[in-house]
Design a binder for this molecule. Structure first.
Ligand SMILES: [Cu+2]
Length: 129
């Protein structure tokens, strides 16, 4: 019995580590729940891979959507505002995108999600290191 408990604790510990590895943001866009998982934690200067999952109000995964990712940094002394855009690619029910953050600091990421003729937007900030 003790051994079994120990195994459970060990697997919970490693599950926790795996969970902590990615940077995760959860947002609402219209009636969709948007989960954004970033493979770098914290997000870094350079390439960061986003994996976006959409769920409808009933919790079902949504794949019949199109997502455009806008990301930028507002102007700072000696640096004009920077804005970039990338599309996403659907793979295994998730939308993948790569954002290339060219400098450290706060970046605003905006997802424009089009589905059934409607567009919903959600926005979050990451601090690139
Ligand atoms: Cu800057």
């Amino acid at each position: 019995m003790k051994k079994a408990l120990l195994l459970v604790l060990i697997s919970l510990f490693f599950a926790g580590l795996v969970e902590a590895r990615d940077y995760i943001v959860e947002k609402k866009a219209g009636d969709l729940t948007v989960t954004i998982r970033i493979d770098r934690n914290p997000p870094v200067v350079g390439s960061n891979n986003l994996e976006i999952t959409l769920k409808d109000a009933t919790g079902r995964e949504v794949t019949d959507a199109n997502i455009v990712v806008d990301y930028g940094m507002s102007g700072m002394p000696g640096m004009p505002a920077m804005n970039y855009r990338t599309g996403t690619q659907l793979q295994n029910g998730k939308f993948g995108a790569t954002v290339k953050l060219s400098m450290a600091g706060p970046w605003t990421v905006t997802l424009k999600i089009s589905r059934q003729g409607k567009t919903a937007t959600t926005r979050f900030t990451v601090d690139a290191r």
